[in-house]
Design a protein around this ligand. Structure first.
Ligand code: NAD
Ligand code: DAU
Length: 351
């Protein structure tokens, strides 16, 4: 059995997971891709409408916090590898409810590790547990420097603490039980299908609806932005060629201060919406800062570049234009995800 035979992707109904599932279903017709997702507020099968009837694709509704059902699914489908993206992923939500982050990100990951290890430990087949993580585990940078794979972990939010903990468990299963694993830590993603709680889609949606753009603090926080398809391509490359037991950093070589990014977004949206110069910029509103707000993230992606030949293929202007166009052309998607509970979340977060 090869790791390519039966690939379990967790969190495939989410933003990044959806793009990874699509890439794998299309690129590997001889593999079977299982998308396991609990369909929380962030999971949306509308993201995968175009591939849902492919013969090498199966959706499994399950919660990684439920170890018995994960075990039953391993028994039934005999997964040869796991690409683990399912997580609670939004920092602001982790500040209001850290427990949900420990449950899904730590206990859920431990459940998957435990079940995968027990399932694979007595055969000599080719298996892989690929854990998708974040650059936020490294904490914050000052004005200079970059995160490398050897930067010490120093998580500052409940979200990043839970992701750091899950990374440690993955590594521990490798060291203690010999579980074949790889980990990648990526910078901020943007692109189609991102839930409008994160900066870029939230602000696109607010600009469309002429709502205030709530910039935290003074807006002088820096993030390193990567188009989501380039992340999916990096994940494929690491799955295929990454060295077992290694960590790879993935980043966009693309740092932006929030306030500059928001101004650029306003400019682009003015043009796309036929608004006069400076119109959307009037929506910018500085609001109370996020507690524990990390000043700057920036990835040194030299290792994946040198060892696996990866680099971003989409420039930021191209990626941003594609993203804006996608949201403007997918009004129904945006309406669906911003109805119901979203309004309650929004009012509480930005009251
Ligand atoms: P997302 O919030 O859009 O999607 C998460 C998915 O996980 C959803 O489909 C949700 O239904 C599912 N899920 C949540 N809890 C679950 C559970 N208990 N059982 C099964 N499924 C569950 O997240 P995303 O932005 O696509 O991030 C995916 C992964 O990539 C996460 O692990 C995140 O930490 C990591 N990551 C994200 C970014 C980013 O910029 N978004 C950057 C680096 C790393
Ligand atoms: O770095 C990778 C991480 O990027 C991922 O691990 C996380 O899952 C993902 O959510 C993202 O975390 P951030 O906290 O960096 O992303 P967010 O889009 O929430 O915020 C980006 C920046 O914009 C951050 O400095 C906070 C700021 N911001 C965000 C929101 C939602 C605002 O100023 N106003 C807002 O309303």
């Amino acid at each position: 059995m090869s790791k390519f035979d039966k690939i379990l992707i967790t969190g495939g109904a989410g933003f990044i997971g959806g793009h990874v599932v699509r890439l794998f279903v299309e690129k590997y017709p001889d593999s079977h891709i299982y998308n396991l997702d609990a369909l929380t507020y962030a999971g949306n099968l509308e993201n995968l409408k175009d591939i849902e009837s492919k013969s090498n694709y199966t959706f499994l509704k399950a919660d990684i916090c439920d170890r018995n059902s994960i075990k039953d699914l391993f028994d039934k489908y005999q997964f040869s590898s796991v690409i683990h993206l399912a997580a609670e992923s939004h920092v602001d939500r982790s500040i209001t409810n850290p427990f949900a982050f420990v449950e899904t990100n730590v206990i859920g990951t431990l459940n998957l590790l435990h079940v995968a290890h027990n399932h694979w430990k007595n055969d000599d087949d080719d298996h892989l547990f690929y854990h998708i993580s974040t650059d936020e585990v490294y904490g914050t940078l000052g004005e200079t420097g970059l995160f490398t794979e050897t930067t010490a972990y120093e998580p500052n939010s409940p979200y990043s603490a839970s992701k750091a903990s899950s990374d440690h468990f993955v590594r521990a299963f490798g060291e203690t039980y010999g579980l074949p694993y790889v980990i990648s830590n990526c910078s901020n993603n943007y692109g189609p299908n991102q839930f409008p709680e994160k900066l870029i889609p939230l602000f696109i949606n607010n600009i469309i609806n002429n709502k205030p753009l709530p910039v935290y603090g003074d807006g002088n926080y820096t993030r390193d932005w990567l188009f989501v398809i380039d992340h999916a391509i990096a994940i494929d490359l690491i799955f295929e060629k990454g060295k077992v037991g290694e960590t790879y950093n993935i980043g966009g070589f693309n740092e932006w201060k929030n306030i500059d990014l928001v101004k650029l977004l306003c400019q682009e949206m003015n043009e796309k919406l036929g608004r006069s110069k400076g119109k959307s910029e009037k929506l910018i509103t500085f609001v109370k800062d996020r507690p524990g707000h990390d000043l700057r993230y920036a990835i040194d992606a030299t290792k994946i570049n040198k060892e696996l030949g990866w680099k971003p293929s989409v420039t930021f202007p191209e990626g941003l234009a594609k993203t804006i166009d996608w949201y403007l052309n997918n009004e129904t998607w945006l309406k669906h995800v911003t109805s119901g509970d979203y309004q309650k979340y929004y009012d509480k977060q930005y009251q």
